[in-house]
Design a protein around this ligand. Sequence first.
Ligand code: SAM
Length: 246
Amino acid sequence: MGTLYLVPTPIGNLGDMTMRALEVLKTVDLIAAEDTRHTQQLLNHFGIKQKLVSLHEHNHEQRVPQLLAALQAGQQIAQCSDAGMPSISDPGKELVAAATKAGIPVVALPGPNAALTALIASGLVPQPFTFYGFLERKHQQQVTALTALRDRPETLIFYEAPHRLKKTLQTMAEVFGPQRRVVLARELTKRYEEYLRGNLGEAVAWAESEPVRGEFVVLVAGNDHPTPTAAADTSSPTEAIDAAIA
Ligand code: SAM
């Protein structure tokens, strides 16, 4: 039986490739990559010659059984996405689920990840946190998802594409209120890395004032003053009065 290795790759800075990741990519029998051309460039940079097959959201139904059969036949397989950790808002989870179900050893390598990198430098409370990934694209679906998160006390972490950032920040300000603290972590590990810290009203004004470029993680502070809702108040009127008297 082979082993499935989950190999994180740089999110911008090639210096973040780990020695162990290089060793695994060099020595496995096959690499399953989100985009073989992208991963080929990474391999070229490090002088690695390796067999590649694609594994992404449009072919996983056919590809996962093939990869599973190869693992069962004893092949060592590495899986990686274009950037960061496989399976984190990226392809991989179906292969991992199939491998674990079949009793195949799965070894994850630690490495680059945009969400956690942004979180530890954000200045927001680092735990607990909720990693949401990409929000739904339609406005109403975003409103529904954000409304469900509005009163949560933990830090919220989102990924967003640059061309949707302005609208998403506007919707966040609408649902969470313009005073909620936010950190935009931009171009992490790259030359123009920066953190924009402020509240959602300021973030919207910034996004409206200039073209939004680069990659972003959006971190929203948890709600430290949740609005009491009827559902959240489980005490009966008499319990409340008893408590007031006591
Ligand atoms: N698998 C990746 C990880 O582990 O972080 C995430 C891949 S997801 C398809 C791409 C999103 O991650 C981007 O739209 C952005 O929100 C975030 N991201 C990736 N690289 C980034 C970077 N260098 N700086 C800021 N955000 C980044």
